[in-house]
Design a protein around this ligand. Structure first.
Ligand code: IMP
Ligand code: MG
Length: 174
């Protein structure tokens, strides 16, 4: 396994914890009196979702969708497909999408279009990380954890070839 790239910490678990707390406070404030549906994009958002919802003192529901984006390498194909769609209707609901990383923006753009066809009352986006240097389509991020440089990142749910999701810190792979 000596060809395996080495992860180097970019944001520590303590910095992540502080960011998730800040995001939860912002989201809670904006959704007071509502019951949002949080839609996580699998698999990358699973850890972020688990930490975030525990800090959200609100009635809410959790859903996941599974999309195909990266075939396995580090470049987005730009072709997105729904592998597993929403299990319950979101018509008239306040939907908050939970993403691990917005890179080219193509995956997020696709998902927001897919969700809006189901006529939710509102759709907003919460992203743990944003790599704005690679954007190919404009995406509004309503709640953002971290802006990251144009490097490949892993950890805290984010993978490289399905590996490194279990790292507790957000790392750069080099
Ligand atoms: P986009 O469609 O290019 O915005 O890519 C979004 C998806 O690509 C994310 O949800 C990730 O799964 C994956 N991705 C993009 N950049 C990275 C990265 O630096 N590390 C790991 N996965 C990434
Ligand atoms: Mg991925």
């Amino acid at each position: 396994m000596n060809s395996q790239p080495e992860p180097r910490i970019l944001f520590s678990r303590e910095e992540i914890e502080a960011a998730v707390k800040r995001l939860a406070a912002e989201i809670r404030q904006d959704y007071l009196g509502k019951c949002p549906v949080l839609v996580g994009i699998l698999k990358g958002s699973f850890m972020f979702m688990a930490d975030l919802v525990r800090l959200l003192d609100l009635p809410l529901e959790v859903e996941f969708v599974r999309l195909s984006s990266y075939g396995g390498g580090t470049e987005s194909s730009g072709k997105v497909r729904v592998l597993q769609g929403l299990a319950s209707p979101i018509k008239g609901r306040d939907v908050l999408v939970i993403e691990d990383i917005v890179d080219t923006g193509l995956t997020t753009r696709f998902l927001l279009d897919y969700l809006r066809r189901k006529k939710p009352a509102t759709t907003k986006l919460c992203a743990l990380t944003d790599k704005p240097s690679r954007r190919q389509t404009p995406v509004v991020i309503d709640y953002l954890g971290f802006t990251v440089p144009n490097k490949f990142i892993v950890g805290y749910g984010i993978d490289w070839n399905e590996k490194f999701r279990n790292l507790p810190d957000i790392c750069i792979l080099e």
